[in-house]
Design a protein around this ligand. Structure first.
Ligand code: CO
Length: 512
């Protein structure tokens, strides 16, 4: 078990110092070992077009649409090096399916930050864990780009506009066919009278019935607040549903949140942003976070109907990056998350740590029971014996509603490696988990696509990009979601570095 300390997130930016001294080169520098799995953090060799990807097995003929993904893909940029997985240059990917065939394309996201880097050879933005000014050779100067647009976390959509999403309110729109960037999508509400920079979660939730998207914004300014912003998903007009002052003055870091039929549930973990450090502007973002191992985790339950803060509950301190589903039964909310006892997950993915096989914190699939009535007692239950991260579910049909199955990446407990090495299907009812594993293979986020006309929750397929370190190539794995048997795989002729999230945009189904 790892140990949490208040300064546990603050010591790692010392890597900046190692870079300045020329000791550590980040990315695929001299310190890279031969551990299998670290290939996923090597630079993408180049952009790829494969009009006909070789398929083994039988690709379902009904699969008609595209899996769009984004994620980090390049960390060594000239003489500069990005230090953390999540800092890497955004790569857009598209797997397109038609009549049992597959095509593939990937492009670096043509953002202002990318363009400036290409033109000058320098990193022009401060990212999650890398401050380019700290790693510069003497005499060099970098003019930081205010909106760098390196949106490497998730895919979102407003109307017919598809965009790559980071943790800022400005997303970058792109053509889902060519993957060429086309402009900005500003997700900040126009009627906001509270000044400050909007940090948003990279995982907006969608209510398909009412055509509304919800997100939780953190306004980082002199008087920080949390805001729930609702957006009409056809017109794209963001409006403030609720505003809650940050009582401590130091906002929590939040990557995801939960939504049920009547509520938005925003969680404030004991990982808070030191606004004074942030305002000083001379440290990467991760150095501005403080983990308090003795603090509670606060759970804000807000009505989706009228924006009133229904109640704030407290649970024994825990951390999560990703939530699975949440739903209401009577006067209870059940909220499922990939939970951790500390925030070490945030620093586990310094490339230096991965290349040296430092322990990887592993998420536990927990269900928090949140009473809506008079009781304030929060209880929690572990739903799977398997470790989970990047959890997904049958989003289109079950988001915010009762459900049974969580799909995720995970780690074999008898074979801990540098990266997730299995795919897990957790049955939250029986607590039985099914897994897919192939020696030397490292999967990313599994995405569920239902069979047309499906009548059961797991009638469909799982799409998952897998890195095969034995052949140094990646393949798209298609599993039968019911029993995790292999349906097909589409074999690329190169490896693709570990990305983050994807969404399926199809003729009969869309997760967006
Ligand atoms: Co995420």
């Amino acid at each position: 078990m790892w140990h949490a300390t208040v300064d546990s997130l603050d010591r790692l930016p010392q890597l900046d110092m190692l870079v300045r001294q020329g000791i550590y080169r980040g990315g695929q520098g001299d310190m890279v070992g031969t551990l299998r799995g670290t290939l996923g953090w090597r630079n993408l060799p180049g952009e790829v077009d494969m009009p006909n990807v070789p398929v083994t097995g039988t690709m379902p003929e009904w699969l008609s649409g595209s899996l769009l993904r984004t994620g980090p893909s390049k960390w060594d940029l000239g003489r500069q090096h990005l230090l953390h997985w999540w800092d890497g240059l955004a790569l857009l990917q598209r797997f397109s399916f038609a009549g049992g065939t597959v095509s593939y394309r990937c492009r670096f996201l043509d953002s202002p930050g990318y363009r400036t880097q290409e033109a000058t050879g320098r990193i022009s933005w401060k990212s999650f864990a890398t401050d380019p000014c700290a790693g510069l050779m003497r005499g060099e100067k970098t003019d930081l780009v205010e909106e760098n647009g390196n949106c490497n976390i998730n895919i979102t959509r407003i109307g017919e506009v598809v965009a790559a999403q980071g943790e800022g309110a400005m997303a970058v729109t792109f053509d889902p066919e060519t993957l060429q960037a086309t402009g900005w999508l500003d997700q900040s509400p126009a009627d906001n009278d509270i000044p400050g920079h909007h940090a948003v979660t990279a995982h907006p939730h969608r209510d398909f019935d009412h055509k509304i998207q919800y997100n939780v914004h953190t306004v980082l300014g002199p008087n920080p607040v949390y805001q729930i912003v609702s957006t009409d998903i056809t017109t794209g007009t963001p409006e403030i549903l609720s505003t809650v002052p940050v009582e401590s003055g130091n906002p929590g870091y939040r990557h995801h949140f939960s939504m049920t039929e009547n509520y938005v549930i925003a969680v404030e973990y004991p990982l808070t942003t030191d606004l004074a450090t942030l305002a000083a502007g001379d440290r990467p973002f991760v150095a501005c976070f403080r983990w308090n191992p003795t603090a509670a985790t606060k759970i804000f339950i807000t009505s989706r109907v009228d924006g009133t803060l229904h109640k704030v509950l407290e649970a024994k301190g825990f951390f999560a990056v990703h939530h699975a589903n949440a739903y209401e039964v009577g006067d209870m909310i059940f909220m499922d998350v990939a939970a951790y006892d500390s925030a070490e997950h945030m620093t586990d993915f310094y490339l230096d740590r991965r290349h040296h096989n430092s322990p990887l914190s592993l998420g536990q699939l927990r269900r928090y029971a949140l009473p809506l009535g008079a009781s304030n007692e929060v209880t929690c239950e572990v739903l799977s014996s398997q470790q989970v991260e990047l959890p997904t579910y049958n989003y289109g049909r079950h988001n915010g509603k009762p459900y049974r199955y969580v799909y995720s990446a995970g780690m074999r407990q008898d074979l801990p490696e540098v990266a997730y090495n299995q795919i897990v299907k957790a049955d939250t009812r029986s607590h039985v988990s099914t897994t897919w594993f192939q020696d030397g293979c490292f999967p990313g986020e599994p995405v569920f696509v239902p069979t047309p006309g499906a009548t059961t929750e797991d009638d469909g397929v799982i799409l998952c990009l897998v890195l095969d370190t034995t052949t140094q190539t990646s393949f798209l794995l298609v599993l039968n979601a019911r029993d995790f048997s292999e349906v097909a795989r589409a074999q690329l002729d190169t490896f693709i570095p570990f990305g983050l999230h994807g969404q399926y945009l199809g003729d009969h189904y869309s997760s967006l």
